[in-house]
Each structure stands twice: as C-alpha cells, then as structure tokens.
Design a protein around this ligand. Structure first.
Ligand code: DQA
Length: 147
C-alpha cells in the first residue's frame, strides 16, 4: 500500500535547524529510515518535502484522487494555511498529522492547526519517532503485514 509522508517548509533543514527543538537527525536520514520502516510493514512509503505551498497542495490532491493514506507535517503552514486545510478536507484515506516538537508547549501561534479538524489523529512532541508511530498506525489499520 502506498503511503505519502509529506513535509512542509524548512523541514529539509532537519539536523541543522534548531537542533535543541528538532533534534539531530537529518532530513535525508529520516526519509531513508521511514522508507526502510515502511518496507518492514509492507508499506510503499514515499517521503517528500517542499518549501512551496502549491507543491504540497498538489500532493494532497494526488492522495485524495488515489485514496492513499497521508502522514503530514505541514510545519509552519499548519498554523497559517486555510488552503492546506481545505486540501486535507478532501482526503478519504487516513491522515496522521505529525509535529516533531510539542507545539502546545511553544508559542501560542503554534497551538492552532488548520489540519487537525481533518486528521484521523495527531502526534506531537515525540521527535522524529512520531513519523514511525504514524506509519505503524497506518500499517496496523490496514493489516498490511497479514497475508
Ligand atoms: C513543526 C512545528 C511547527 O510549529 C514549525 O513551524 C515547524 C515544525 C514540528 O514538526 O514540530 O516547522 O511542524
């Protein structure tokens, strides 16, 4: 089963970006580990990142058309983008919202999400391990590893 793991702005800077908040794992290492983890759970994981909002909206439309599950860290657009929220509203598969940091312990502007109302569930503050938990949830729901 195809799963899209979609990442918004600045997440390509993981490892270099505010490591005290986001940790030392690089984006490339994270992407490789999620593909490998997906393979173990019989998920065909595609990890993508963009700094351009239209790219993310296009990928969400792709997921909507295909009905495939999405793991989404929309980063700052989480808190600002009605358009990303509207694209999430069109999804029919599972949508797991992930944030590396615990946004609720941070500035008030990070407490609101345009995505959460459309999400199956939300994982915040578990570091990059949150993405793996999201994939495990999707695999468990789909029972992909049961013949
Ligand atoms: C983030 C939290 C957002 O508030 C922030 O803008 C990010 C990353 C996280 O993963 O913790 O870029 O989504």
């Amino acid at each position: 089963m195809k799963v899209l793991v979609l990442n918004g702005p600045n997440l390509n800077r993981l490892g270099k970006r505010e490591p005290g908040i986001y940790g030392s794992t690089t984006y490339d290492d994270l992407a490789a580990s999620l593909v490998a983890h997906g393979r173990k759970r019989r998920l065909a994981v595609e990890v993508r990142q963009t700094n351009h909002e239209g790219d993310l909206i296009g990928w969400l439309h792709e997921a909507a058309d295909e009905g495939c599950p999405v793991v989404l860290n929309a980063a700052a657009w989480t808190h600002t983008s009605v358009a990303v929220g509207d694209a999430c509203a069109q999804l029919t598969g599972l949508l797991i919202e992930v944030h590396i940091s615990n946004v609720h312990r941070r500035e008030p502007f990070r407490h609101h999400s345009y995505i959460s109302a459309h999400a199956t569930g939300v994982i915040v503050g578990l570091g990059v391990r949150g993405y793996e938990h999201a994939l495990d949830f999707i695999a468990d729901e789909a029972q992909t590893d049961i013949e």
